[in-house]
Design a protein around this ligand. Structure first.
Ligand SMILES: NC(=O)c1ccc[n+]([C@@H]2O[C@H](COP(=O)([O-])OP(=O)(O)OC[C@H]3O[C@@H](n4cnc5c(N)ncnc54)[C@H](OP(=O)(O)O)[C@@H]3O)[C@@H](O)[C@H]2O)c1
Length: 280
């Protein structure tokens, strides 16, 4: 099977590359492959994949508020071009989406059939991408995931690990609750779902839930550092984009395919033990 992967240099893409091996893989990313460019469809057609894993995206949540047109061009219009190529090739498609398609007003885990209602530009553009994929008739799997971390790229775990080495106190938001997810576990789940020919929308995260504050406390405890963490509110954090207060995703559908992902604390322990994090 020939697989074209977008976002190949990102934190998920990098792990997928390692998992898949380069012989079946056509990795695509900036700067050579820009989803906001007009000729992307042709480039995908030339590669002639059987499966497209579309992980590439404009992922800077606050940046998307500052440049919504760019975020829309990459996440929605770029996805539209990928989908057109998939339709012409008869290729299968996996689209990686986000918990930020939800508004966070719910008090119980979001299921696949709950209605999206994004409250920021990033969530809106990713939801548009989902709609394009699902309306196309292509054999597609839309995987919504959340709070990703891994050894490559920028993420919350690496930021906290770096900060905890130099600071004695960190202030972290305690009124947003979600599902931290290790890209290694997500990658294994993606390939298992592809292997089972699953289609439609599915939520895939590590099991359990926490706030960013609880997540930070656990990271620092794992590292055995004396740094303390103080809880603050979303308002006090003063970020540009609104974030859902609750974006926990139900894993019932994933479990129905026999996939039980590790609990988030177990995944984090594994990551912290393995991580070779340079201090930057
Ligand atoms: N990170 C999360 O917490 C999270 C949560 C839920 C869902 N997701 C979704 O999961 C997927 C993977 O996320 P990730 O954390 O691996 O993100 P990431 O590390 O930011 O990787 C995304 C990749 O896409 C590339 N990209 C950005 N703009 C592009 C463009 N115009 N054309 C082509 N490629 C472009 C990025 O390149 P540059 O680095 O050079 O910009 C990067 O290599 C994304 O679809 C994201 O929306 C992420």
């Amino acid at each position: 099977m020939r697989i074209l992967l977008t976002g190949a240099h990102g934190q998920l893409g990098n792990t997928l590359c390692k998992f898949l091996g380069y012989e079946t893989l056509v990795p695509k990313d900036l700067p050579g492959f820009d989803l906001a460019r007009q000729n992307i469809e042709e480039e995908v057609l030339e590669a002639s994949p059987d499966l497209i894993i579309h992980a590439g995206a404009y992922t800077d949540v606050d940046g998307a508020e500052r440049e919504p047109d760019r975020a829309m061009a990459v996440n929605a219009k770029g996805t539209e071009q990928i989908v057109k190529a998939a339709v012409r090739l008869g290729a299968r498609m996996v689209y990686i989406s986000t918990d930020y398609v939800f508004d966070g007003n719910q008090k119980v885990p979001y299921r696949e059939d709950d209605s999206p209602h994004p409250i920021n530009q990033y969530g809106l553009t990713k939801w548009k991408g989902e709609q394009v994929v699902l309306a196309s008739g292509v054999r597609a799997l839309v995987i919504r995931t959340a709070w990703l971390y891994g050894s490559v790229g920028r993420n919350f775990v690496k930021s906290i690990m770096c900060a905890a080495r130099t600071e004695s106190v960190l202030r972290v938001v305690n009124d947003q609750c979600g599902c931290p997810t290790y890209v290694e576990d997500l990658t294994a789940a993606i390939m298992a779902l592809v292997g089972q020919n699953v289609t439609g929308i599915i939520h895939v995260t590590n099991r359990g839930q926490c706030t960013w504050f609880e997540f930070a406390q656990t990271i620092i405890r794992e590292m055995g550092l004396p740094c303390s963490v103080l809880p603050i509110t979303t308002e006090q954090a003063g970020r540009l984009a609104k974030r859902p207060h609750y974006s926990v995703l139900s894993s019932d559908r994933t479990v129905s395919f026999g996939l039980v992902l590790p609990e988030w604390r177990e995944a984090l322990t594994r990551f912290v033990k393995q991580a070779q994090i340079p201090i930057t």
